[in-house]
Ligand binder design. Sequence first.
Ligand code: GDP
Length: 523
Amino acid sequence: MASLQEELQTRRTFAIISHPDAGKTTITEQLLKLGGVVREAGTVKGRKGNFAKSDWMEIEQKRGISVTSSVLQFDFDGKRINILDTPGHEDFSEDTYRTLMAVDSVIMVVDSAKGIEPQTKKLFEIVSERHIPIFTFFNKLDRDGRDALDLVDELESTLGINAYPMNWPIGSGQILAGLFDLYHNNVEVFRPESEAERFLPLNAAGTDLAEPNKLQENSLWAETRDEIEMLKDAGNQFDEQAVMNGELTPVFFGSALQGFGIETFLQTYMQFAPAPSAKKTVSGDEVEPATEQFSGFVFKIQANMNPNHRDRIAFVRIVSGEFERGMDVTLARTNKKLRLSNVTQFMADTRENVENAYPGDIIGVYDTGNFQIGDTIYAGKKAVEFEELPTFTPELFMRVHAKNVLKQKSFHKGVTQLVQEGTIQMYTAWDSGDYILGAVGALQFEVFQFRMENEYNTEVSLEPMGSKIARWIHPEQLDPRMASSRNLLVRDRAEQPVFLFENQFAERWFKDKYPDVDLEEKL
Ligand code: GDP
């Protein structure tokens, strides 16, 4: 039997972030193929479902394998990989952000014809705040894309991170010839005639092919060599520590659809991707993963959308120790003792009741209403409580009320519980006391509405207010007369005043008018 230390050293837990359509699903499929989970990768995507349907559920249906919308686990190269889903589409929500609190590194997929797109930037910012390693994959190299130097430049300037190209394209689109692999000192040929031709070694200086090859007759070859010279002279140095601190992103090119550059990418990524890290507690200590005592935290709660099954799954990231089925744990927030007997894990090819799991792994605990997002669970006597998960500033708002006035009591109960659980955020209008819901993604409203009806038997009506910019103001600086129809004044859950600005102009106008007032993006 492998020891705790050995088990955790094999774990690699990460998420793939991207803007919709950049190729996240296609890459995930290629990774599954490399992990031997599916035999052949292809396009599984059809039309999008309406409700809470993730890309992964579609993979599941079409491939007949067990993935959940949230976690995918498989083995590759002696490592146990846990990929956590971060939906970029209509199911984008606060969950998406919180999932990034449960990973040790991130792959950022960028469409090389489009460059850095808004959703990528938003997700990147969350990752960057945590200073975790981030690896960039410029996808769709088989299409006519933008100039590689241009893309790297944009990456650095838009996101404010240094980049280090691990490989460099030799052409793109119709004339894509291969990848100049600076890190492995070879050239990976696109569509080689034989497997023996797939990797051509470079000379010791890394400037030219070691053996003459027709590739060098291609005019692209000279062009690529010039660019490589430039990168070597003027580019960043590779610095593993800077990668680990999230200050330098290794950059790769390739095509997920063609399966080109993917294997090299995954192998190199696995070489650098960190094993599970320690986590801070409320007292400022860190819990090391190799600590014998089991501990973990809830980063997501998924309600069962089937009204016949009211159960929910709390997704727990294991921080330390070994999970054993049936173990007793304490829920730190309430001090309540729980037995973890009904727990699933998410191997891609089987779905079993899990017997053992280790730091870095995600377990799904069937929950009857005990858990909230951010909760810590631990075994043994020594109390552990991890730092709170951050909350994320909502961007979309709706007024909400019960359709039936006689249902006020269950309405309040439902709203309070769902807000506590972290499903959605709630505000009250300063004057009228009206309830206003806030979310980062529209799906959160749908889930709220559905669960109010199914779990609290209360139909709610939602009145869209559109997107707003939420800014906190210090109570001592507040004069309620500062509010207007373009900047609504509301209270958050902690009774703190917040302005909801209609748009950036409204915010700027306010700042000009009240130059001494400080507006905060978060409390
Ligand atoms: P997601 O929304 O990020 O999950 O993106 P998908 O993986 O669904 O890809 C979006 C579209 O781009 C699909 O039609 C894919 O077939 C296509 N696609 C993905 N990767 C590549 C690639 O490397 N080259 C080309 N030409 N198309 C790709």
